[in-house]
Design a protein around this ligand. Structure first.
Ligand SMILES: NC(=O)c1ccc[n+]([C@@H]2O[C@H](COP(=O)([O-])OP(=O)(O)OC[C@H]3O[C@@H](n4cnc5c(N)ncnc54)[C@H](O)[C@@H]3O)[C@@H](O)[C@H]2O)c1
Length: 427
């Protein structure tokens, strides 16, 4: 049987060893992840708390306990201002023989516990104040994406991380996903040639609502915070923020402008955030990042398509396509002709068909097995950073730039203008 953990170790190590200088500079956290000699204080237990124990907080806790090699940490406390979620989390933790202290206010948590690190998974509008309070108390922070609800809070978080010299890692788990790590290495090695456009989308067909405990209507805004502007920018901060991070990582540069449009087209149910959005981000060299998201059709699902003059990568389906695919061998051509007949319709414009063989070109997988969970890897990396006392600065900048351009996207939609980054937010 293949040892999944050994596979994972070998894979990461190999990427860290074989990457070009450009590729390693684009993903410097890879070297930290591959380094198993980070032994500073190996016997010292890392003391952690999780603030916000809703859906994502619970998932992160599960992943913490799945990190291979059982890193030496203790989940000392959990904090949530909703008792039901604290209770559910304590229940979940029983299987790990873990019974952390509970808090309903993060300031009391900070006052009473001696912590090395916190994981923050509260709704977006709470991230900034909690993260800043933690860093000012000398604690390293892993905070879920996006960073904050407005540009000023994003910058305040970043500045506090610099002033306090504390780690600030934002929960963009694709940064640790083996498919993305391998694909990005190819992109940064130049395998796709010149990238002219990146297209990304995230389509769903549901109302994006969560049911209210005991059907208690007074909990609507607390439970469905994503649907209200005070707490969230909806599809932008929840979904686009992941995918613009991928675009910025691929291109190794930030946009210079964004324009966009959006509306509540379908779910006219009292929500305040748009249920469909479309945006175009432009880069100085002329590259564009074209994005759309909607919640009333799921046919196309989600994808990030990185399109260069030599090839294309589609990360979500783990595929790379060459612009000059190998021709099918003669016998294959014959089989294809028989199977498809000569009367197969070619799509207008041709797209990915190779007309002379009538075989659909399906590209090649980027990685062969993809059983290496990215959320576990991002938490493993965070613990390593905490042990080492620092993280590559680029990891914070990935979160920062993705978050800033997400909020600028929201402003572009709201104003109908093409917006540029205000100079005070340029790092
Ligand atoms: N990386 C990912 O793929 C991913 C996936 C889902 C959610 N998220 C992010 O995780 C965060 C949480 O999302 P969720 O779906 O778990 O939301 P949720 O509503 O299920 O959970 C949020 C929790 O925070 C608690 N909370 C609110 N204010 C608090 C405060 N001041 N102090 C302590 N606890 C407080 C709530 O009671 C709730 O239990 C969001 O930022 C979201 O964008 C990330």
């Amino acid at each position: 049987m293949i040892d999944k953990n050994q596979n994972r170790r070998d894979f990461i190590k190999n990427l860290a060893l074989t990457g070009s200088v450009a590729a390693l500079a684009a993903s410097p956290w890879l070297s930290v992840l591959a380094d198993n000699s980070i032994t500073k204080g190996p016997n010292e237990q890392i003391q952690i708390a999780v603030i916000g124990t809703g859906d994502r907080g619970k998932q992160l806790i599960r992943h913490l306990f799945e990190i291979p090699g059982k890193p030496n940490f203790k989940l000392l406390a959990i904090c949530d201002n909703f008792q039901l979620h604290l209770d559910n989390t304590l229940e979940l933790l029983k299987e790990h023989n873990c019974s952390p202290k509970t808090y309903t206010n993060h300031l009391q948590l900070l006052e009473n516990e001696k912590l090395d690190a916190v994981i923050i998974a509260t709704p977006l509008h709470q991230h900034a104040q909690i993260a800043i309070n933690c860093m000012q108390s000398g604690i390293h922070v892993f905070c879920e994406k996006a960073m904050a609800r407005n540009l000023e809070d994003i910058k305040r978080m970043y500045d506090t991380h610099i002033q306090q010299n504390r780690i600030l890692q934002i929960g963009h788990q694709r940064l640790f996903n083996p498919v993305y790590l391998e694909g990005m290495q190819r992109i940064h090695n130049g395998d796709l040639g010149t990238i002219g456009q990146i297209r990304a989308y995230w389509h769903r067909n549901n109302n994006w609502r969560r049911s209210l405990p005991n059907n208690d209507k007074s909990l609507e805004r607390k439970i469905n915070w994503r649907l209200y502007k005070e707490y969230s920018a909806g599809l932008l901060t929840e979904l686009l923020s992941h995918q613009i991070q991928v675009a910025i990582w691929a291109l190794q540069k930030t946009p210079i402008s964004v324009m966009g449009t959006g509306s509540i087209r379908f779910w006219k149910d009292g929500r305040e955030v748009n249920d469909n959005i479309a945006l175009i981000y432009s880069f100085e060299d002329g590259t564009q990042f074209v994005y759309d998201s909607m919640t009333s059709n799921k046919k196309y699902g989600l994808e990030e398509q990185i399109m260069g003059h030599k090839g294309t990568i589609e990360f979500e389906v783990n595929r790379q396509y060459s612009e000059t695919p190998p021709a099918a061998p003669g016998i294959q051509q014959l089989i294809n002709n028989v199977e498809h007949g000569l009367f197969d319709n070619l799509p207008i414009g041709g797209s990915s068909w190779v007309p002379e063989t009538a075989s659909k070109y399906k590209g090649e997988p980027i990685v062969k097995t993809n059983d290496l969970g990215d959320t576990t890897l991002e938490l493993e990396a965070f613990l390593k950073f905490v042990r080492a006392g620092s993280a590559p600065e680029k990891i914070t900048k990935e979160g920062y730039n993705a978050s800033i351009w997400t909020i600028l996207g929201e402003q572009a939609i709201n104003t109908g203008e093409q917006l540029h980054m205000p100079s005070e937010f340029i790092l």
